[in-house]
Structure formats: structure tokens, C-alpha cells
Design a protein around this ligand. Structure first.
Ligand SMILES: [Zn+2]
Length: 263
């Protein structure tokens, strides 16, 4: 939690930057976009992009390119999962999976999403990793998400090659794996009727939290040698591990597998 003094200084800085919005461009930098940057309208701080494209960037990691759809990533993730499984004994894969287990282990408490309101993106990102650990999500799943997206990017005729875009794409998948917090309770009405109340809370899949998760999985993936990465994407794309299923991984790998104490 930020201290009141830090919050006050931050508010003053934002007021100052809003007042300085005069230096903004007339139009959003995305070609063909007719809207002014948010700073030019006095409703934001962005001197280069309009609200819509700013939001697009927060959600997708690119001002223009949309996220890969699940129908594109799922078969690649499955092929990547099968590649990782077939090569589990190789030093590269061992290093990659151990790095992910270390992120799980150092993520601290799996704070429920309910209690994360107002917390910093880094705290919320760590809670996502901690929830994966608590749910027993096999480390091959985040690894396969990274390798699947890296393969899809390599095969894309018009790729967005920034590490940020790739990190966000992988982080969206990982964020979804952690799947929020859920509560359910039963109470009795004065009339005697039984009422069931459910509360579901998902943290928003946008912004800085995705960058934090993305940076973490990128660091883990750096343990792959470039030779191993080349081989892996060749084999994922080359159909050596053809996906016979639309599921990104076998059902058994998703939850409650004793993966955490394997490393
Ligand atoms: Zn725009």
C-alpha cells in the first residue's frame, strides 16, 4: 500500500501533467485513427494515442494487433505441451520448468482476489503465480503457453515482434489459468427459504499485471538455449506433435497434480 504522502505527490504530479497536455499531438498515432490523444482532450495523460488505442494496448500489448484467439493458440499450446513432455529429460526443459517452479515457490501467499483491491500490480501478479501453485497447475502449462505463443508468432506472416506483445499474450493465458476466486454461502430467509449466494471475482486481464506476469515467464524462458528453442518451435510448427485435441493440454494436467514437489 502506498503511503498518503506518496499518493499526494502522485496526484500533484498527475495534475501537473494534465495541465501540460498542450504539447500533445493532434491525432492519435495509429494510422487512420481520427481521434485525438487523451492528453489533447484534457481527459488523460497520453500525448500520442487516443483512449480506444490506449485501452487496446493495455489489453493486448499492441496498439494495433489484436490478441491471438484461442483457436490459434490452443493447438500450438497442445503441441508445445507434448514437446515439453517428450523432452522432459533434456537439460533445457528441466531448466525451464525448474525456473517456473521457483516462481511458484517465491510467489508468497495465494491471496484471494477479493482482498487484492488497491494492491500494486506486482502484488497482484505474484498472487496469480501463488494461485497456480496452490491449484497444483503443472509447470508445463505456463511453459507450453510461452512456447505455443512463440511458435504462433514465428508462423505469423504479420507478427508483432515486441517482447511486450508476446509477454502479454502469454500472460493472458496464465492469468486465465489462475481463474479468480470464488465463494458460495447458504443462508435462510425469514420466510424459511434457503438462499444461495455466490461471489466470483476475477482480476481484470489488462495493464501492468499482464506485463509483470509476462516479464516473469520471459525470464523463465531465457533458460532455453537458442538451439533448443529453434528445435522446439520447428517441431511444434512442423506437426511432429500434431494436436488431435482442441484442448490446450490434457485435462489431468490442469489442476491438482503433484507438480509442486516434483522439482
Ligand atoms: Zn486511436
Amino acid at each position: 500500500m502506498r503511503s498518503p504522502a506518496v499518493r499526494q505527490a502522485r496526484r500533484a504530479e498527475i495534475r501537473h501533467r494534465l495541465a501540460a497536455g498542450a504539447g500533445a499531438a493532434d491525432r492519435c498515432l495509429v494510422i487512420g485513427c481520427p481521434h485525438p490523444p487523451t492528453a489533447a482532450t484534457g481527459k488523460g495523460l497520453n500525448r500520442r494515442y487516443c483512449r480506444r488505442h490506449e485501452e487496446h494496448f493495455a489489453r493486448h500489448g499492441s496498439y494495433i494487433k489484436a490478441s491471438y484467439s484461442a483457436s490459434v493458440t490452443a493447438p500450438a499450446r497442445r503441441a508445445a505441451f507434448d514437446w515439453l513432455t517428450a523432452n522432459e529429460a533434456s537439460p533445457d526443459v528441466k531448466r525451464f520448468l525448474s525456473a517456473i517452479l521457483r516462481v511458484y515457490q517465491s510467489a508468497g501467499r495465494a491471496t484471494p482476489t477479493f482482498r487484492l483491491a488497491g494492491q500494486s500490480p506486482s502484488v497482484r501478479a505474484r498472487a496469480v503465480w501463488a494461485r497456480l501453485r496452490e491449484a497444483g497447475v503443472d509447470p508445463r502449462l505456463p511453459a507450453a503457453a510461452w512456447l505455443g505463443v512463440a511458435s504462433v508468432t514465428r508462423a505469423d506472416p504479420m507478427p508483432e515482434r515486441s517482447v511486450e506483445y508476446r509477454g502479454v499474450q502469454v500472460a493472458k493465458i496464465i492469468h486465465r489459468m489462475a481463474s479468480g476466486s470464488h465463494r458460495r454461502w447458504v443462508s435462510q430467509q425469514p420466510s424459511g427459504a434457503i438462499q444461495v449466494t455466490e461471489m466470483h471475482k476475477y482480476s481484470a486481464s489488462r495493464g501492468e499485471i499482464l506485463r509483470r506476469i509476462g516479464a516473469e515467464i520471459e525470464r523463465c524462458a531465457e533458460t532455453l538455449s537458442s538451439a533448443a528453442l529453434g528445435r522446439a518451435t520447428d517441431e511444434v510448427l512442423g506437426g511432429l506433435y500434431p494436436s488431435r485435441s482442441r484442448r490446450p493440454h490434457p485435462r489431468s494436467a490442469g489442476r491438482r497434480r503433484s507438480c509442486v514437489d516434483r522439482g
